[in-house]
Design a protein around this ligand. Structure first.
Ligand code: DGY
Length: 318
């Protein structure tokens, strides 16, 4: 029997699998665990099931002297020091695939909400300001037949391309580290440099992981290339975008609108961003459907069980 530490109560579907065979300790407060508490709790653990908000850095990993596996309840694992884990031969796993459509759905929801000013007009109506139909009331942007620029043609980028291409007849431009001919064939997508995608797209959606190379990939220079009518959406990771530069572009109406599910210094949201009407702000709910979170919990648990019981986990990232 191994000792497992879980940093927050995840859906029962996952916890049950772990509890059947192992000694499971779940952090008993429904908030992010402090680094101090994480270090204390990881000391006796053989396995860690963590969240994307937990800083599993070299110091935390060093404290886990018995640690054999870190299973994160997320597809993104930029919060884990992979090199430190590798040095100790600690297996690291994630939950790809099961949250693809839920996240692409949220990206599409943000595209539509920004284009058609849904949140802004809803708030306005609730203030009692609707006094009848108007020919220029809340004019927005069409989606059908327009160009969607996808930055990152992986699973989530592909799921978004499918919705946009099949459902909205959108033209797909994309940029990726390497060309993806399958993506091009399925969605009649055109590969281009990042600058060309930004210059020519009516909508831009970000689907790259956060790495040292993608940090501030979208900065003031990149934003200046976009059309004044463009909508920008980020459901990937906040620090891929220079948030202050985006706030300036939105304030000066150099782009039409932006939808955020992630933030540069999450959970802190700049007050200037909150005040901008041409934004839609979500609290990092890309994968937050009931069924998806159950599947993520099961997958994270299975990865951890495989690693601790001597099998090779399917979703090993280190
Ligand atoms: C992930 O899994 O990385 C997502 O950001 C969760 O919503």
């Amino acid at each position: 029997m191994s000792r497992i530490f879980v940093t927050r109560a995840i859906p029962e579907a996952g916890l049950r699998l772990l509890e059947k065979k192992h000694d499971v300790h779940v952090y008993d407060e429904d908030r992010q665990i402090s680094k101090h508490k994480l270090i204390e709790s990881i000391r006796p653990a053989d396995g860690l099931l963590c969240l994307l908000t937990d800083p599993v850095d070299a110091e935390v990993i060093a404290a886990g002297e018995k640690l054999r596996c870190i299973s994160t309840y997320a597809v993104g694992y930029n919060n884990i020091d992979i090199d430190a884990a590798k040095k100790r031969n600690i297996i690291v796993t994630n939950t790809p695939g099961v949250l693809t459509d839920a996240t692409a759905d949220i990206a599409f929801a943000l595209l539509i909400a920004c284009a058609r000013r849904i949140v802004e007009s809803d708030a306005w109506l609730r203030q009692g300001r609707f006094d009848g139909w108007g020919p220029k009331l809340f004019l927005g942007q069409d989606l059908v037949g327009r160009t969607l620029g996808i930055i990152g043609a992986g699973r989530i980028g592909s799921a978004l391309a499918k919705k946009a291409h099949d459902g909205f007849d959108m033209r797909i431009l994309y940029h990726n580290r390497t060309r993806n001919t399958d993506f091009e064939g399925r969605f009649n997508a055109v590969y281009a440099s990042l600058d060309t995608v930004l210059r020519n797209s009516d909508f831009v959606s970000l689907h790259v992981p956060l790495t040292p190379e993608t940090h501030h990939l979208i900065d003031a220079r990149a934003l200046a290339l976009m059309k004044p009518t463009a909508v920008f959406v980020n459901t990937a990771r906040g620090p891929v975008v220079d948030e202050q530069a985006l706030i300036t572009a939105l304030r000066e109406k150099r782009i039409f609108a932006a939808g955020f599910d992630v933030y540069e210094h999450e959970p802190d949201i700049p007050t200037e961003l909150m005040a901008l009407p041409n934004t839609v702000l979500l609290p990092h709910i890309g994968s937050a459907s009931i069924a998806t979170r159950d599947r993520m919990a099961e997958m994270a648990a299975v990865q951890l069980l495989d690693a601790l019981e001597g099998r090779t986990p399917a979703n090993r990232v280190a």
